[in-house]
Ligand binder design. Structure first.
Ligand code: AMP
Ligand code: ZN
Length: 495
């Protein structure tokens, strides 16, 4: 089975064939570090995190490169306002970006180059472009000559003559053509600058991605990604520069994510309708935000609201409960004599079917919404099986339920949604002490301590010593455990 991806370049879904079998070279434009990122930026980064994770889950070795734009007009402006240096501003927001991504559960890039550390290679590319007749020097600036590159406009589907007539009249006189864009800008007083053959200056924004992606990954890139607002002019310009400079295809597949919107309007810093990711993370755990995002296809617009966050929170809680329930059944000693074969076979085939369906949906241009729905469906089916066949669950059923739980956890994990595990390491160490007092437990393993407490409670109940039984239950509850007596036995949930 093959993966199909929607390629902006051809405006169609294509079979994904990387340049080298089994390996994927992926580049996603990074942030300009002049402020915290907003939840719209986070959507794009999260979408590509999921694409990367899924490719890894499918067995590809993915090299993921993302730049940090640490020199830019916006950084300089912010530095002036705050009486700090641009380097300080960039450092502050690079660290903030990394920690917010980390908290959101976005895997760190394989490599994360900084624009300011790639200046010599950028100068080299500008030189190559001048030599090949694709760029010209004007008064300390260097411009890319758009009309010198025949394919200009192909990525964004724009016609160069229409672009020309749409270009503003009050253009910079140093440009030979209003469509031309800066590769190198001469430095104004007080701005960061580097020496170059054309005088002191700094690189244009588009140039850095062309240079860093080629430097880190070589061409053609397998996947070049970003939000759909980057298609024009940023990606159109990256492609023009890179292909004009190298004569090689720049990217095999161009993937673009849809915009996150608020009240049907794109979230952006300039419109002022933004929410910082860090502030949303302070109110909602990362898996809730991730689940909300994954419920919409990455290319579609996504309406963001508190109501949707609440819905995602409830959905996550439901799936966590279903998984915990299965985990609990899967870990119990089986007692029942078995469930009729057809019912068990139905469950087994639902498990097989879910895996296949998940892959089919994700292979179809990463349809996370449909893939999630199939995983949730399996969790519900397996739980209904448990409640329908209470008391009959034996060893075989237990193993099948265990595999359902493992599959649900694995598939959600492929999308970066981690279901909070109820493992020994997440139990509070205090439980050992409480178990020593109430159950005479001598060891140091929190999970065993919980078992000892439950055994003590069982013993007390069978002796009808309700006071002792309640003392154990109260002790557990004080530690954050809920003790439930169910038809299948005692169940403890740690919250
Ligand atoms: P910027 O720092 O503006 O270059 O944006 C960083 C990334 O966030 C780019 O890939 C943009 O396409 C993306 N982005 C910006 N605004 C939004 C939005 N409202 N929704 C989704 N992605 C966005
Ligand atoms: Zn870029």
């Amino acid at each position: 089975m093959t993966i199909r991806v929607y390629n902006t370049m051809t405006r169609s879904k294509e079979e994904f064939v990387p340049r080298e079998a089994g390996k994927v070279a992926m580049y996603v434009c990074g942030p300009t570090v002049y402020n915290h990122i907003h939840i719209g930026n986070a959507r794009t980064f999260l979408s590509f995190d999921v694409i990367r994770r899924y490719l890894m889950w499918r067995g590809f070795q993915v090299t993921f490169v993302q730049n940090i734009t640490d020199v830019d007009d916006k950084i300089i402006k912010r530095a002036t306002e705050e009486r700090r240096t641009p380097a300080e501003i960039a450092e502050t927001y690079t660290l903030a970006f990394r920690s917010a991504m980390d908290e959101l559960g976005v895997l760190p890039p394989t490599r994360q180059p900084f624009a300011t550390q790639t200046i010599p290679a950028m100068i080299d590319m500008v030189k190559r472009l001048i030599e090949r007749g694709h760029a010209y020097v004007a008064d300390g600036d260097v411009y890319f000559s758009v009309r010198s590159f025949p394919g200009y406009g192909a990525l964004s589907g724009r016609n160069i003559d229409e672009l020309e007539s749409g270009a503003r009249i009050d253009v910079d006189e140093r440009k030979q053509d209003p469509l031309d864009f800066a590769l190198w800008k001469s430095a104004k007083p007080g701005e960061p600058h580097w020496p170059s053959p054309w005088g002191e200056g700094r690189p244009g924004w588009h140039l850095e991605c062309s240079v860093m992606s080629e430097g880190e990954l070589g061409l053609p890139l397998d996947i070049h990604g970003g939000g759909s607002d980057l298609v024009f002019p940023h990606h159109e310009n990256e492609r023009a520069q890179s292909e004009a400079a190298t004569g090689t295809m720049f990217a095999r597949y161009w993937l673009h994510g849809g915009m996150l919107q608020i009240n049907a309007e794109k979230m952006s810093k300039s419109l002022g309708n933004f929410l910082f990711l860090k502030d949303v993370l302070a109110r909602y755990p990362a898996p809730v935000i991730r689940l909300l995002m994954l419920q919409t296809h990455y290319r579609s617009p996504l309406d963001f609201s508190d109501a949707r966050l609440e819905e995602a929170r409830a959905a996550l809680e439901r799936i966590e409960n279903l998984v915990r329930n299965l985990r609990w059944v899967g870990e119990r000693e089986p007692e029942g004599s078995g469930v009729p074969r057809p019912a068990l076979e139905r469950l087994s085939s639902a498990i097989e079917g879910t895996r296949a369906k998940f892959i089919e949906e994700m292979d179809d241009d990463f349809n996370t919404a449909a893939a999630l729905a199939s995983v949730f469906e399996l969790a519900r089916t397996a739980n209904s099986f448990v409640s329908e066949h209470q008391g009959d669950i034996g060893g075989v059923e237990r193993a099948v339920l265990h595999s359902a739980e493992e599959l649900v956890t694995d598939l959600l994990g492929a999308l970066g949604v981690d279901i909070a595990p109820e493992t020994a390491s997440s139990y509070p160490p205090d439980v050992v002490q409480v178990a020593a007092e109430l159950a005479g437990y001598q060891g140091s393993d929190p999970q065993e301590a919980v078992r000892a407490l439950l055994a003590a409670r069982d013993a007390a109940r069978s002796e009808r010593n309700w006071a002792a039984a309640d003392a154990v239950r109260d002790g557990l509850e004080m530690l954050g455990f809920t003790v439930e007596d169910t038809p299948q036995g005692v169940r403890v949930i740690y919250r």
